[in-house]
Each structure stands twice: as C-alpha cells, then as structure tokens.
Design a protein around this ligand. Structure first.
Ligand code: SPM
Length: 294
C-alpha cells in the first residue's frame, strides 16, 4: 500500500481529526484498519475501516464522510436547493467525488440532467472501491461525469443550470477557490433565470468570520442569501452549514416548493431530509443569526 501523511493522525487505534481549522478540540474515530492511503495530484486520500461508523473517507486528514451518517449531509445539500426550486431540471454538482450527492440528486423526480465535475479521479476510484453505497450515484442514467476543474468548467458554461451544488472539502488546499468571491460570480453566470445554489458552508461554531466573509461574497451576486444548518455527528462540532443563494430576490428558500410525501420518504429512502427539517434548518441560534444576518 502506498502511504500518505494522514496516517500520522492515527494513534493507538484511533484516527484523530486534529486540524488548525478547529483549534482546541478534535473528533476521533476508532478504527480497525487502513484500507487505502495514497497521494493524488491534489491531496492525501485515505479510507479507514472504522469500528462503529463503517468505512470513512479522509482527505488531507479531514473526515469527508462515514458510511454511518453520510446521508444527513448528502440529503441536505441536495434537497435544500432542489426542493426550493419550482422546476430543477438541470443540475450541476461541483466536487462530490464520493458520489453521494449525485445519488440524492438522482432521486428528485423533476431532475432530468445532472452534470458533475470532480477534479480528482483518485477520489472517485477510492469511493467506487470502498464506499459503494455512495458511489452508486455514479450509476445514475441522468448523470454526465467529467473529471476536471469546476472553476474552469463554469468559465465556459453560462446560463445552463437551474441548481448548482458545490460539495467541496474545506477552504484550504484544492477547495479554497470554491469559497472566493470570483467563484460565486461564476456560479451566478452558470445559472439559468430563477437559479439557486447551495455550497458546503463550514460551521458557525468554529470560524464564524470565514462563514460571514463567504456569505458576504455570496450576497454580492445573489439577491436572496441564507445559511441553513444540519446535524452531522462526525463533522467538527457535529454541525455543518450551507451557503444558499437565489438569483430571484422573491425566492423564499425556507419554504419548499416541492414537498416529499411520507410515501416518498420511504420510496426514496430519505433518512434525514423532510419538509419540516427543510424549514427548521434555517432557524439559527442567536449568536449566529446576529453575526450572519445583522
Ligand atoms: N460528499 C461528502 C463530502 C463532504 N464534503 C464536505 C466535507 C466537510 C468536512 N469538514 C467539515 C468541517 C466544517 N468546519
């Protein structure tokens, strides 16, 4: 097995997610073995067999998903924008190399075409081998998968999509450009009239200044901007937010236009997202509401 720097974070049978992005605390996963560890042109890619959380994908030492709780993030980043749009026929996914977001987007009955641009073929390959329940998203008949830079892709694809979902890692390393103002400008240009975006948005607990700065970038290009949150136990602080923006200033992102019925939730195997969670996710604690909206 090739090796990557992330193995240094394993000690006494535990993977410890120690990182300056969340100073003073860390989350740890008990592990049985390292299934894979390699360096790509972009990042360290490690897959762990954990004792209680299934297999886990780690990029540059940061947990991206575990088989136990990945559905919470993948469902929310997909259905918050899709269900806020009246007719999300054409969807672009930037990143999302494990396939889990494509798996969820494929379920929405109004989606006809999904384009996904992921920069790192090695993440796709590792996910197909070790995370099959996520990578089945790549089997969607609606999906066209391109291995290229999302930033570059959008420079030459204007006015094409109803919803754009950015499923990125955190704003250091290869994903840092996806949190810049110029990225939000490109997102706006790639959307059709009435378009909506949703991007991975960090956590208000760890770095509210970065969240606020990125939300302000979003505000410069989108008329309606919101920051919903979701609970994901294996992310730092157990919570993650999303940058949501709508081109139309009259969009009410908090009230879904498309409502899954109870039968739909069973049919599509939705384990986190529902209509009530959609609206509730926009309710923020006072410290975050003040910092981000006032
Ligand atoms: N398809 C799942 C990929 C997950 N992408 C987001 C990962 C974020 C991990 N770090 C969260 C830390 C937030 N401060």
């Amino acid at each position: 097995m090739e090796c990557c720097d992330s193995v240094c974070l394993i000690k006494d049978g535990w993977f410890r997610e120690i990182n300056d992005m969340w100073p003073g605390h860390y989350f740890a996963l008990k592990i049985d073995s390292v299934l894979s560890c390699e360096k790509s042109d972009y990042q360290d890619i490690m897959v762990l067999k954990t004792t209680n959380h299934g297999n886990a994908l780690i990029l540059d030492g940061v947990i991206q998903c575990t088989e136990k709780d990945e559905f919470a993030y993948q469902e929310m980043i997909a259905f918050l924008p899709l269900c806020s749009h009246p007719n999300p026929e054409r969807v672009l996914i930037v990143g999302g190399g494990d396939g889990g977001v494509a798996r969820e987007v494929d379920k929405h009955p109004l989606v006809k075409k999904i384009v996904q641009v992921e920069i790192d073929q090695k993440v796709i390959d590792a996910s197909k081998k070790y995370l099959p329940n996520m990578a089945k998203g790549f089997d969607s008949p609606k999906l066209e998968l391109k291995v290229c830079d999302g930033f570059e892709y959008m420079k030459c694809h204007k006015n094409e999509f109803d919803v754009i979902i950015t499923d990125s890692s955190d704003p250091i390393g290869p994903a840092s450009a996806l949190f810049s103002e110029s990225y939000f400008s490109l997102l706006k240009g790639a959307l059709r009239s009435g378009g909506i975006i949703c991007s991975q948005g960090g956590t208000a607990w760890d770095d509210i200044e970065t969240v606020k700065k990125t939300l302000d970038h979003c505000r410069r290009h989108f008329k309606e901007v919101r920051y919903p949150i979701a609970g994901v136990p294996t992310y730092p602080t157990g919570q993650i937010g999303f940058f949501m923006g709508a081109l139309d200033g009259n969009s009410d992102l908090t009230t879904p236009k498309f409502k899954f019925t109870d039968e739909d939730l069973e049919k599509y195997d939705l384990k986190y997202y529902n209509t009530q969670i959609h609206s509730a996710s926009f309710v923020l604690p006072n410290f975050a509401r003040k910092a981000l909206y006032e």
